[in-house]
Design a protein around this ligand. Structure first.
Ligand SMILES: [Zn+2]
Length: 126
């Protein structure tokens, strides 16, 4: 068993501290986030952690009006696919941006959403 360079646990610990990090494949240079064991492109596992700036643009978004069980009080909220400046995309919760201001290409910046022990990925105004 080889320990992954950047475990999911460590990824969320870093995110909680406000630092977004990805991993880059040493074989094919694929950038991945959140971390995974095998490279989706070449199936390699020669990963190197890379810090990400945390800024990007909204690719698409949706407003959740009926939340999953246990999260009913949080709705409505928006989730968006954000394409980071480094070229990878990830899903995050939108905070502090009115729904009617949301649009594709809107610049946003990563911020951790901390609820007790839980850390989620959020994006606020750039
Ligand atoms: Zn690869």
């Amino acid at each position: 068993m080889v320990e992954p360079v950047l475990t999911l646990k460590h990824f969320f610990e870093e995110a909680r501290a406000g630092r977004l990090s990805g991993i880059r494949c040493g074989k094919c240079q694929e950038l991945a986030i959140p971390p995974k064991e095998f490279c989706p492109t070449c199936q390699g596992r020669d990963w190197t952690p890379v810090p990400l700036a945390g800024s990007g643009n909204i690719t698409s978004f949706t407003v959740i009006r009926v939340a999953p069980r246990g999260r009913g009080t949080e709705a409505p909220y928006a989730v968006a696919v954000v394409r980071l400046d480094e070229g990878v995309s990830l899903l995050g919760r939108i905070v502090d941006i009115p729904f009617d201001s949301l649009r594709a290409e809107l610049p946003v910046r990563f911020r951790p959403l901390i609820t007790g022990e839980q850390t989620a990925l959020g994006f606020g105004p750039a």
